[in-house]
Design a protein around this ligand. Structure first.
Ligand code: HEM
Length: 189
């Protein structure tokens, strides 16, 4: 009998580089927000670049990188969470329906964080939006800054839930999902 289990490719190189670069850029952006504005803005630009690349890859990338592979109706995500609580959730090679929904929430929240950050920077007369926004005055500056801060903290909240979901998914299916995000491979069903 053949006891070796077959490893199959799930996450391509672009998805893995995107993921771990995003993790590093987010940590740097979050940690530098008070005292290191130059570093903060560069980390923000890197996040914008990563999001744009991932957006395109979501349409033309490999099977499990495509949005069509993991965007499911919220009802399916809810059923998946209920099944997980009953220890009978189905295993998915790509993102499960709840994980997929979380990925979209993370991408949207990160986009809103960076866009409002660009706005706040523009009002101060810096960055690509400076020409359009620099005369918006104190109220505009406050509004962009507050919204930027809100979405940065909301993203952090989503990240905590995301990492908890990854740990729970790893335990309930007896597989190391973090390792898979490094190696790109998972065991075949
Ligand atoms: C150390 C902390 C983190 C760990 C261990 C982790 C782990 C993972 C794992 C294992 C997956 C694949 C999930 C699956 O198998 O379905 C994933 C996907 C993802 N994670 Fe994280 N993550 C971390 C932090 C973050 C942060 C900070 C962000 C956002 C700033 C993030 C955003 C994402 C996104 C967008 C995906 C989808 C990847 C794609 O399809 O391109 N993660 N993460």
């Amino acid at each position: 009998m053949n006891t070796t289990t077959k490893e199959i490719k799930v996450w391509d190189l672009l998805v893995r580089l995107f993921h771990w670069s995003l993790v590093m850029a987010f940590i740097i952006a979050y940690a530098s927000e008070d005292d290191f504005m130059l570093i903060h803005s560069y980390a923000g630009y890197i996040i914008i670049g990563l999001l744009l690349i991932r957006l395109i890859w979501g349409f033309i990338g490999t099977k499990h990188a495509r949005f069509s592979d993991f965007i499911r109706p919220p009802r399916e995500a809810l059923n998946y969470i209920k099944d997980t609580a009953r220890f009978k959730a189905k295993r998915y090679l790509g993102h499960n329906p709840a994980g997929g929904l979380m990925i979209i929430a993370l991408l949207v929240s990160l986009s809103l964080t960076t866009l409002t950050g660009l706005g706040a920077y523009g009002i101060e007369g810096s960055g690509p939006l400076a020409g359009w926004l620099s005369d918006m005055g104190h109220f505009g500056k406050e509004a962009f800054e507050e919204t930027h801060e809100f979405f940065a903290n909301f993203t952090l909240f989503l990240i905590v839930a995301h990492v908890a979901g990854v740990i729970l998914g790893s335990i309930s299916h007896g597989e190391n999902l973090v390792r898979a995000m490094f190696t790109g491979t998972k065991q075949a069903d």
